[in-house]
Design a protein around this ligand. Structure first.
Ligand code: NAG
Ligand code: NAG
Length: 351
């Protein structure tokens, strides 16, 4: 029924507006949408935008500010690729139904602390590729996904995501953030965050103040030089960990053993000089990327422990090319717990 109603609205939106008003009244009588107020009867669509059933698209329109007169029933507002410099106090006023707001690739330096005050159902907020010097304050607590890559954010202060119980995905790559910039109580109250990406930042160590129930953590393209014993202690649910393109040389024995559920680890393009000791203890680990490191020797039990009770699942992929190890010195038994003919990529050796 609902689908039918939306399709009907879609069809009617392109019909005459008188017909549309009648139809909106009809929907209101059926309790499908709130009754239109006299204001709403004048159908408005901001200049340079395209409006279609509660979706307002104003991308690539050279806009320098958020357009006025956005229809009040808008659920999706697309303002990508413009020249907007600021979100002012009343720019988003009355958009009570807004569900998704896309502001990627503008020149935003400022978001008024009250800009979101009437928005209660926002789920997706994309602010990547702007010039924000800090996280916006008073974000709607309903947000599921926040993308704020490639801004100028140096700090995640205490209570930065206050009340954002539902936040699932946070993308914060390409900001000048280091691990000390993430304050101890930065994620207080965030209970369901399962995915964080802080790639291409200025991290020199693994941040310790992220929420404990993460599934996926991406810290690639940073300047992390070692993994310490306590680094992953609180991230026991991690499923996928990406530490590629760092400067990791030293991995403290046992540091990865805190990750019993790990399925996939990316350690490629670092300076690792031996296979991390705890790898073989991770019984669900399936994919290990270790290519382009400085590993010169593979021990027979580096991947496959002698006591078969430890490792339960077989590996499906191990990459080791681009390491100085001499392949003729590797014993075939080293990979006895790898499945498939192409499970191990040794590739060409430097010497
Ligand atoms: C790493 O720690 C485990 C026990 O936690 C121990 O059995 C093993 O010998 C250690 N390996 C190295 C290289 O220190
Ligand atoms: C690689 O390891 C060797 C010792 O095995 C060391 O002499 C060399 O400096 C290391 N290279 C890098 C880039 O860390």
């Amino acid at each position: 029924m609902k689908i039918f109603v939306f399709l009907s609205i879609a069809a009617l939106c392109s019909a005459k507006s008188l017909l549309q008003n009648e139809f909106l009244h009809f929907l209101a009588e059926q309790d499908i949408i709130p009754a239109p107020s006299p204001d709403d009867l004048i159908f408005t669509c901001p200049l340079k935008c395209i409006c279609q059933i509660q979706v307002v698209q104003c991308s690539d329109a050279g806009l320098k500010s958020v357009p006025a007169k956005i229809p009040k029933d808008t659920v999706m507002l697309d303002l990508q690729n413009n020249k907007i410099t600021e979100i002012k106090e009343n720019d988003l006023k009355n958009l009570h139904l807004l569900y998704a707001l896309f502001l990627i690739n503008n020149r935003i330096t400022k978001i008024h602390p009250k800009a979101f005050r009437s928005i209660k159902h926002l789920k997706l907020l994309y602010l990547s590729w702007n010039l924000l010097p800090q996280l916006p304050t008073n974000l709607p607590t309903s947000i599921l996904e926040l993308r704020i890559d490639d801004n100028k954010i140096k700090k995640i202060p205490k209570n930065a995501f206050k009340g954002m119980t539902f936040l699932h995905v946070l993308e914060m790559s390409g900001n000048p953030l280091d691990a000390t910039g993430i304050e101890p109580d930065a994620f207080v109250g965030v209970l369901r965050l399962i995915y964080i990406r802080i790639s291409q930042a200025k991290l020199t160590s693994v941040p310790k103040n992220l929420p404990p129930n993460l599934y996926e953590l991406y810290l690639d393209h940073n300047k992390i030089s070692s993994l310490e014993l306590q680094d992953f202690r609180q991230y026991k649910d991690l499923y996928r960990l990406d530490l590629s393109y760092n400067q990791i040389k030293h991995i403290e024995n046992g540091s990865l053993a805190y990750l019993p559920n790990l399925r996939q680890i990316h350690l490629e393009n670092n300076k690792v000089n031996k296979v991390p000791a705890s790898i073989k203890q991770l019984k669900y680990l399936q994919v290990v990327y270790l290519h382009n490191n400085n590993i010169s020797k593979i021990e027979v039990d580096d991947f496959c422990p002698k006591e078969s009770r430890i490792k339960k699942l077989h590996y499906s992929g191990i990459s080791l090319f681009g390491n100085p190890v001499k392949h003729w010195e590797i014993q075939p038994a080293s990979f006895q717990c790898v499945s498939g003919a192409h499970g191990v990529q040794l590739g060409n050796f430097r010497k």
